[in-house]
Design a protein around this ligand. Structure first.
Ligand SMILES: C[S@@+](CC[C@H](N)C(=O)[O-])C[C@H]1O[C@@H](n2cnc3c(N)ncnc32)[C@H](O)[C@@H]1O
Length: 207
């Protein structure tokens, strides 16, 4: 397969507005060099000669620098309280759902240091299918910080037109200075509002 494959699907797909089906854009990724072709050929001929079972490859390659923790998001509960200065989530914690998601957000609020800040796009589910606004309002009751929402122009062909702006990311912090800093550096067309204000806007698909 490896020797024969030329096209690798992109991770970004597009939603068919009528059926909801996701179409993956395809893009050619395979480098067109003799060395790469040779490597593919050798590996595909006998993969077991190159990869051993039950071996943790991270022990052999410097894939992450010291101080980096690789773990399940759910393990954030094991961190000490008030220790996280900055946390950023990009297209990742949105995969946590229901109780896992609720616990994660509450845990994160408690792990933030006094002026710590957490920004994450998990308020908007992939392809703008749903915004976790009502759910977050419930979660906020158990959090040690207020939740704000970054509202911005949606993604073309994904967010349905039900206003000018859509919930794109959440912000948690107790630092008014940091909130002001965000406010002053927003792109045109974006705004940051308390979660409760988003609910008042009666957006479609809010859950
Ligand atoms: C769509 S990718 C986004 C990666 C990167 N943030 C980006 O924007 O390119 C989703 C990532 O979330 C990670 N992920 C999903 N659920 C996770 C969990 N419970 N704990 C840790 N990582 C998780 C996946 O392994 C994957 O790397």
């Amino acid at each position: 397969m490896l020797a024969e494959t030329d096209i690798i699907p992109d991770s970004q797909g597009e939603v068919d507005q009528e059926t909801g089906e996701i179409f993956y854009r395809e893009k050619i990724e395979k480098p067109n060099t003799p060395t790469f072709s040779k490597a593919c050929e050798l590996i595909s001929r006998d993969i077991s000669a190159y990869f051993k079972e039950n071996v943790d490859v991270y022990e052999h390659i410097p894939a992450y620098s010291s101080g980096t923790i690789i773990s399940d998001f759910k393990n954030i509960k094991n961190l000490k309280e008030n220790t996280v200065d900055v946390a950023l989530g990009v297209r990742s914690t949105v995969y946590l759902e229901n109780e896992d998601y609720q616990n994660f957000i509450v845990d994160m609020s408690r792990k933030l240091s006094k002026d710590g800040i957490y920004i994450d796009d998990n308020v908007r589910e992939n392809f703008g299918r749903r915004y976790r606004v009502k759910e977050l309002k419930e979660i906020e009751k158990n959090c040690s910080t207020e939740i704000f929402v970054l509202m911005g122009p949606g993604v073309a062909n994904e967010d349905e037109s039900c206003g000018d702006v859509f919930p794109m990311a959440l912000v948690m912090t107790n630092s008014s200075e940091k909130l002001q800093h965000i406010q002053e550096n927003l792109r045109i067309g974006w705004k940051i509002v308390p979660l409760s204000e988003v609910l008042e806007q009666k957006l479609l698909k809010v859950a």
